[in-house]
Design a protein around this ligand. Structure first.
Ligand code: ASP
Length: 342
C-alpha cells in the first residue's frame, strides 16, 4: 500500500522562533525527525513538500490548484493521499479540492494539529498516522474505503466540504454540523459506509482547477446600514454573494435591502442565502421575513457551509464563466455531497 503525503505547512510542522516567540513553519527534514514511525510501518509513505511551507492563513486558490495538481499528477502511483495543512483554513481547502477533483475514487485526507509535532502533548502524530491508515484503507472488494476529500482530526473523519473550524483551542478543532462523521477512530477505525459518497463507476478522475475570486460574503446584523450593503454589492466585477441571514434564511424587513438585492440580481450577480446558524437549513418562504428575498431573486444555499459555498462559487465561476443560469442551478444542487436540498 502506498500513500503520498503532501506537506503544505501549518502548526503541525511549526517551530517556535526564539526571538519573537511566534510559531513559523519548519522544514521537512525537521518534521520527519519527529515522526520516524512514518517510515517504519507497512504502508509506504512518500513526501512531497510545498516550497515554501505556509501558514494556512496564507492559502489561496493558486495553492488549491497546486494541491489538486499534486494529487492528479501522482494519482496512478498511490492508493491514497494525505495533505498536511494548517487548521485555520483547512475547511476551505478541503471544500475547494472536493470540487476540483471530479469523480475521485481514492481517499484525499486532510489533517493537521493544534500543537506542533515537537511538543510533548502534541496531537500531531496520532492525527497523521491515523490519516495515513485511512488513506490506505480498502473495503472487502478492494475499493478505497473513503474515496472522498475528507478531514481527519481528533478521532473523527468528516466529509471535508461539510466541515467548519469550530475551536481554536481544543484538539477537536472541526465539526460537521449538517452531516454525520464518515468514520471514528478508537481502538479500531469504524467506517460509516452508509454516509460515504462513491464515485460513478468507470468514469476517470478529472481535474478542474479554474477559479474566479469575484465573490463576497455579506453578513446581516441588526442595524446594518444601506451604505454597507451598497458598498459590497457595487464591488467592481462582483459575480456572487454569500448572504448570511438569520435562522431559516430570514432578513430584516427593509425595502431598501430588498431593492438593493433585486438590483444586484438584475445586474447578473448571483446571491445565495446561507443561514448564520451552524446547524439546519435555509427555507425561504417559511417566514414572511424571507419571502421578499425569494422575490428579489435570491437563491437557497440549503444547509451548505460558508466555506463550501464560497469555494463552490469560485469554482463554478471559474469553470463555467459564461453561463449564469447553469451556475445558479448547480449552486442549489449537490455536486459532491456538500449540501442536502430535500
Ligand atoms: N495558523 C495555523 C495554520 O493554519 C494554525 C494551525 O495549523 O492549526 O497554519
Amino acid at each position: 500500500m502506498k500513500v503520498l503525503l503532501l506537506f503544505t505547512g501549518g502548526t503541525i510542522s511549526m517551530v517556535r522562533d526564539s526571538k519573537s516567540g511566534a510559531l513559523h513553519p519548519a522544514d521537512m527534514a525537521t518534521f520527519q525527525s519527529y515522526v520516524p514511525e512514518l517510515f517504519a510501518g507497512e504502508i509506504e509513505v512518500d513526501m512531497l513538500p510545498f516550497e515554501p511551507l505556509i501558514d494556512s492563513s496564507n492559502v489561496n486558490p493558486e495553492n488549491w490548484s497546486r494541491m489538486a495538481h499534486m494529487v492528479y499528477d501522482n494519482y496512478e502511483k498511490y492508493d491514497g493521499f494525505v495533505i498536511l495543512h494548517g487548521t485555520d483554513t483547512m475547511s476551505y481547502s478541503a471544500s475547494a479540492l472536493s470540487f476540483m477533483l471530479h469523480n475521485l475514487d481514492k481517499p484525499v485526507v486532510f489533517t493537521g494539529s493544534q500543537l506542533p509535532v515537537g511538543v510533548l502533548r502534541s496531537d500531531a502524530k496520532e492525527n497523521l498516522l491515523t490519516a495515513i491508515e485511512i488513506a490506505a484503507a480498502k473495503d472487502e472488494n478492494g475499493r478505497a474505503m473513503v474515496p472522498e476529500v475528507t478531514i481527519f482530526m481528533d478521532d473523527e473523519l468528516y466529509r471535508g466540504n461539510r466541515t467548519t473550524k469550530r475551536n481554536a483551542e481544543h484538539f477537536s478543532a472541526f465539526n460537521s454540523y449538517n452531516y454525520p462523521a464518515l468514520a471514528r477512530a478508537g481502538v479500531r477505525i469504524t467506517y460509516q459506509k452508509q454516509f460515504i459518497h462513491y464515485p460513478q463507476p468507470n468514469v476517470k478522475l478529472r481535474l478542474r482547477d479554474k477559479t474566479d475570486c469575484n465573490v463576497a460574503v455579506l453578513k446581516l446584523f441588526p442595524g446594518i446600514t444601506e451604505p454597507v450593503v451598497k458598498a459590497i454589492l457595487s464591488t467592481p466585477g462582483l459575480r456572487g454573494v454569500v448572504l448570511e441571514t438569520y435562522g431559516a434564511g430570514n432578513a430584516p424587513s427593509c425595502d431598501w435591502l430588498y431593492q438593493d438585492l433585486r438590483d444586484a440580481v438584475e445586474r447578473g450577480i448571483i446571491i445565495v442565502n446561507k443561514t448564520q446558524c451552524n446547524t439546519g437549513s435555509v427555507s425561504m418562504g417559511q417566514y414572511a421575513v424571507s419571502l421578499p428575498l425569494l422575490r428579489a431573486g435570491v437563491v437557497s444555499g440549503y444547509d451548505i457551509t460558508t466555506e463550501a459555498l464560497l469555494t463552490k462559487m469560485m469554482y463554478l465561476f471559474g469553470e463555467t464563466p459564461d453561463d449564469n443560469e447553469l451556475v445558479k442551478e448547480l449552486l442549489q444542487s449537490p455536486l459532491c455531497g456538500e449540501l442536502t436540498n430535500n
